[in-house]
Design a protein around this ligand. Structure first.
Ligand code: FE2
Ligand code: FE2
Ligand code: FE2
Length: 191
């Protein structure tokens, strides 16, 4: 979250000293922390959507409260994730990310898409289609990045943009129209 103001660097010793670290976990502790990671991650996203709703209702301070507490939940999620040993070296993280995207593309979303189709839930189908399309780009972006990192290089410094509606992700120039949801180019957020 780039808009959060803070004076300290994540690299500070005092900062690092206080962060929970990876350790050998007993089976039930590991299962608990993984469940907590999922729950905290979901709470964080839910609160961000609630913040948008509060904005729409003309309640900017309620929106701020939701955003701040969402940020707190991400701290909890990240701590849990770190302790479960989810973070490796970047080349390994890129491989894990690639595999996650591949699973969504090859198994998860196609199956979910069929369920939505059979049940004639068209909005669910739309939401699934948006995700599935974007994951296809994410997959090769992670794969390319991993190749670079394995050669000892960072990826090229190019802009990465994301459609605010469907999550379509593009490296380099933004298309005039989103190829997935047809939103205009103003609807992209650039990193
Ligand atoms: Fe929490
Ligand atoms: Fe993705
Ligand atoms: Fe889009």
């Amino acid at each position: 979250m780039a808009d959060v103001k803070s004076e300290v660097s994540r690299k500070d010793e005092a900062f690092q000293k206080r962060l929970p670290k990876t350790e050998d976990l007993n089976a039930m502790t590991e299962a608990s922390l993984k469940a907590a990671f999922a729950g905290e991650s979901q709470a964080a996203e839910k609160y961000m959507v609630f913040a948008e709703q509060a904005e729409d209702e003309g309640l900017p301070n309620v929106a701020k409260l939701f955003r701040a507490i969402s940020f707190a939940e991400t701290r909890h999620a990240r701590n849990h994730f770190r302790v479960t040993g989810g973070v490796g070296a970047t080349a390994d993280n890129l491989k894990a990310a690639f595999e996650g995207e591949s699973f969504e593309i090859d198994e998860m979303y196609p199956a979910y898409q069929e369920i939505a189709k059979v049940q004639k839930n068209t909005q669910a189908g739309r939401s699934i289609k948006y995700a599935l399309k974007a994951e296809m780009d994410h997959k090769w972006m992670y794969d390319d990045a991993r190749r670079s990192v394995l050669e000892g290089k960072d990826v090229a410094d190019r802009q990465v943009s994301v459609c605010l509606i469907c999550g379509h992700t593009v490296i380099g120039d933004v298309p005039d129209k989103c190829p997935v949801c047809a939103a205009a180019k103003e609807y992209y957020k650039t990193f």
